[in-house]
Unconditional design. Structure first.
Length: 117
């Protein structure tokens, strides 16, 4: 299983970025995809997730600014990030997990998001 994340970059505060994460190498159903972000000082902060049924969840720090969406036909999840703030600067990691048998939890490589003030 491979998760390919893209879309990170450098943006000024108030700007927008769109992250994408495409999953390949398997068949996925009843799974949840989403994003964490991690700085060296942290163990990892949940950002957002979406189930295959379309139920989304957000960290309070990003609610109203970030929007997660998914395309089940492409096994791809997107994170639209608007009104970015310098504190959003971090490495963003996508994941796919399944909590029911067969369970799994896979991670992609990180993509850097830098927001300048």
């Amino acid at each position: 299983v491979q998760l390919q994340a893209s879309g990170g970059g450098l943006v000024e505060a108030g700007g927008s970025l769109r992250l994408s994460c495409a999953v390949s190498g398997g068949r996925f159903s009843a799974a949840t995809m989403g994003w964490y972000r991690r700085a060296p000082r942290n163990e990892g902060d949940f950002v957002a997730s979406i189930t295959s049924g379309g139920t989304s969840r957000y960290a309070s720090s990003v609610k109203g600014r970030f929007t997660i969406s998914g395309d089940n036909s492409k096994n791809t999840v997107y994170l639209q990030m608007d009104n970015l703030k310098p504190e959003d600067t971090d490495v963003y990691y996508c994941f796919i997990k399944r909590a029911v048998t067969p369970t799994y939890n896979f991670w992609g490589q990180g993509t850097q998001v830098t927001v300048s003030s």
